[in-house]
Design a protein around this ligand. Structure first.
Ligand code: FES
Ligand code: FE2
Length: 430
């Protein structure tokens, strides 16, 4: 149980707050590269700041204040030029470093005044990696965007899925270090929701948590399995500071503000050996709905949707003064302590954990990975089991099991990549 003050410290993300300052030391994924190919500007809100992300005609990305410094127009309606983003209201033009490059009427009226030289707009660095666009809102010098090992894998079908979840980021991230929920929220609940009697998912017999350089590892022994299982020997990763990494997919929980979180899923599916070599031309990025429009209730059918139901159910900002933590929550307690400790490190002017600055090291950062060989070297097609066989428990619908609403063209591109059907080639757009 936490005090009200501790809960506030852990959950508030605005500039100047302890957690806001800690989280600003890390690159945050905020969009898919594919999104900006389809539309060159995107309104984003990150860590309580309203911004506009854009890609100019040269292909340079920028992240600027949402509001034009002239008279505050919304720059997500601006237009991109060869270099920079131009405000649609009076035509002032900005580049990705925040310089004002043009002020059409001022330059006619008072060309000698060079008013534009006195104008800057707030700007943050953006980098593309692994089909994602990453933003850094912290102090210079920016560290490197980590090259996590799966970003270097070949012969895989990758997709990115965004969902906006109306609750605070921390309850989402606490779910990244909560092995027991898998058995209940996904395994047992899925069975009840689908009216399936009889067999139950294997129960957790033992769990353990270890801190490592890039976060925490959680391990489990399930009924019917031994300590030689990779679920125990390798484990899964609660990736510092705001991500879950399960071995083939990442789930970042990016704070939009204190009350909203952008869930960013990055999923890798290795193609079978018969489909090699496979080069993905475009990594699709799609938005997953979280509410059923017919009932107004949260969608419960898919794994991450079930997580969202749990998170929003805890309240917009979970009241941790009223909770009763048990043995299953040891990881949650470790993570909260670490967050408070690391926020203090930043407050004292130090560098927090898991910041990557060594370019050589960043060629490929290894993580604990269950079934690494399968992801790296592949497998024959007859071993291509649907996801349902890879997850210990839930009974799930056909197709993409993690999030509801996968567009048909992404489903088809996935099936083609896997050699599951022979429909004529078409780009995955989404
Ligand atoms: S408000 Fe943007 S140019 Fe005037
Ligand atoms: Fe979950």
């Amino acid at each position: 149980m936490l005090s009200e003050g501790q809960n506030r410290t852990l959950t508030e993300v605005g500039a100047g707050t302890p957690m806001g300052e800690l989280l600003r030391r890390y690159w945050m994924p905020i969009a898919g590269v594919a999104e900006l190919e389809d539309a060159p500007t995107k309104a984003v809100r990150v860590l309580g700041e309203d911004l506009v992300l854009y890609r100019d005609k040269r292909g340079t990305y920028g992240l600027l204040d949402r509001h034009c410094p002239h008279r505050r127009a919304d720059l997500s309606y601006g237009t991109v030029e060869d270099c920079g983003l131009r405000c649609h209201y009076h035509g002032w033009l900005y580049d990705e470093t925040g310089r004002c490059l043009a002020q059409p009427f001022e330059e006619i009226a008072h060309p000698e005044a060079r008013f534009k030289d006195r104008i800057t707009i707030k700007s943050y660095p953006v980098e593309a990696k692994a089909g994602l666009l990453w933003a850094y809102l912290g102090p210079a010098p920016a560290p490197l965007v980590p090259t996590w090992e799966p970003f270097t894998w070949k012969n895989g079908f990758v997709q990115i899925v965004l969902s906006e979840v109306p609750c605070n980021w921390l309850q989402c991230q606490e779910n990244s270090i909560d092995p027991v929920h898998f058995e209940w929220l996904h395994g047992n609940w899925s069975r009840v929701l689908r009216g399936i009697d009889g067999s139950r998912p294997p129960t957790h017999l033992k769990i353990a948590f270890d801190e490592f350089e890039f976060g925490f590892i959680y391990r489990r022994v399930l009924e019917g399995q031994s300590e030689s299982s990779e679920l125990w020997t390798v484990g899964r990763t609660c990736l510092w500071p705001n991500c879950l990494f399960t071995g083939a997919h990442f789930e970042w929980r990016v704070p939009i503000d204190d009350d909203h979180t952008l869930s960013v899923g990055w999923f890798f599916d290795r193609v079978p050996n018969e489909m090699e070599p496979f080069e993905q031309e475009r990594i699709p990025c799609w938005h997953s709905p979280i509410k059923d429009p017919l009932t107004g209730r949260w969608i419960t059918s898919h794994i991450m949707n079930q997580d969202f139901v749990a998170w929003v159910g805890q309240g917009t900002v979970a009241d941790r003064t009223g909770e009763h933590l048990g043995e299953s929550d040891r990881g949650v307690i470790m993570m909260r302590r670490k967050l408070l400790e690391q926020a203090e490190v930043v407050r004292r002017g130090g560098e927090p954990k898991a910041i990557v600055r060594d370019a050589e090291r960043n060629g490929c950062i290894e993580l604990p990975i269950i079934e690494r060989d399968r992801h790296v070297n592949g497998f024959p097609k007859h071993q291509l089991a649907p996801e349902i066989a890879k997850t210990p428990g839930p009974i799930l619908p056909e197709g993409f099991v993690f999030l509801a609403g996968q567009p048909e063209e992404v489903r088809r591109a996935y099936r083609r990549a896997m050699g599951l059907d022979t429909e004529p080639a078409r780009d995955a757009r989404g």
